[in-house]
Ligand binder design. Structure first.
Ligand SMILES: [Zn+2]
Ligand SMILES: [Zn+2]
Length: 329
């Protein structure tokens, strides 16, 4: 072939490769709303409309960084409609209580922080929360603890805490029992965990071991508190059947590190919020008002709450009533 052919073809080939690469990189996960219309439960329309109202406030998922959760785990996410189709019934009215269970040998500062987690969850999920009296671990079996590699603390096995400590404490009125510990946690599949949910037993455990030392002053306490709020609302969401989010920067994003947890907002994205409205039949406007009120006595925890409150205050379409009324279900 002639030299001029190569001179012409080479830039074209580069252009094709660039277009291919760009298309490959920006193609979103394929799993969204693959439902047949017949599989979509009736009454989802106001929830979809509410989700649309909140969309402009929320950041779509940014590209992942080296070592981030989605770099290590191929996840497709879960759309609101997929969630509604697999969770057709709202939460049983006899089980509308969250229980927060401190476990272990805890200082007064630890207990104060855990009591604040309970108050936060009450506003976030709009469910009554009972902080239980702290219980000891008791004597752990040898395969449920190991020497910690972090601050020389011991590590405790998440599945042991969920199955042997929390599940027996679950009362009939509780939707979720969330255990909080100061020991570092690990599971059979990883070095350490911030928390882990057990959907079968409707319990979850979380640790504040890696969130900083809350006894070191106001700044450290507030940072530890904000991280604890994030993991508490994330693990509780899992127990309600929410899977990891890949659509937005969202509290239900998976997290592989403290840095990744710190980058998440302290709020669910529009799709994950719609799942909560659907499952809990909560009033989104009341939720936003109460989250802003909760924040009043604390440093700014999440600017999105005020912005969402403004959206709901402006809504004159009766959408909130239709969401909390549950549509045609
Ligand atoms: Zn998770
Ligand atoms: Zn989300």
């Amino acid at each position: 072939m002639s030299k001029s052919f190569y001179l012409l073809a080479a830039p074209l080939l580069v252009a094709v490769i660039v277009i291919y690469a760009r298309t490959t990189l920006i193609t979103p996960p394929a799993a969204f709303d693959t439902l047949e219309p017949a599989d979509i439960p009736p009454g989802t329309e106001p929830f979809m409309a509410g989700r649309t109202l909140l969309k402009p406030l929320h950041q779509e998922k940014l590209p992942t960084r080296e070592g981030d959760w989605l770099n290590r785990h191929a996840e497709l996410g879960q759309s609101f409609l997929e969630y509604a189709a697999s969770h057709r019934e709202p939460l049983d009215p006899r089980m509308r209580r969250l229980r927060v269970q401190p476990i272990g040998d805890l200082s007064n500062i630890d207990l104060k922080l855990m009591a604040e987690v309970a108050l936060f969850l009450e506003a976030f999920f709009q469910l009554p929360v009972t902080p239980n009296v702290a219980v000891p671990f008791g004597i752990l079996p040898s395969d449920a603890e190991r020497p910690g590699e972090y601050h020389t603390q011991r590590q405790v096995l998440t599945s042991y805490v969920n199955q042997n400590v929390l599940a027996p404490l679950k009362s009939d009125d509780a939707a979720v029992v969330l255990g909080i510990v100061v020991d570092d946690l690990w599971s059979r599949t990883g070095n350490y965990l911030f928390g882990q949910a057990d959907l079968g037993n409707k319990v979850a455990v979380m640790s504040i071991a890696r969130f900083g030392d809350p006894s070191q002053g106001r700044t450290e306490y507030d940072l530890c508190l904000r991280r604890a709020f994030k993991v508490a609302a994330h693990e509780t969401g899992h127990v309600f059947g929410l899977m990891h989010c890949v659509e937005y920067e969202c509290l239900m994003n998976g997290s592989n590190s403290l840095d990744e947890t710190d980058r998440k907002p302290l709020e669910y994205c529009p799709s994950c919020q719609a799942k909560l409205w659907w499952a809990l039949r909560l009033k989104p406007a009341t939720r936003a008002e109460e989250l802003v009120e909760f924040e009043a006595a604390r440093p700014i925890l999440e600017p999105l709450w005020q912005q969402e409150r403004a959206i709901w205050r402006r809504d004159r379409s009766g959408l909130v009533a239709r969401i909390s009324g549950g549509g045609e279900k």
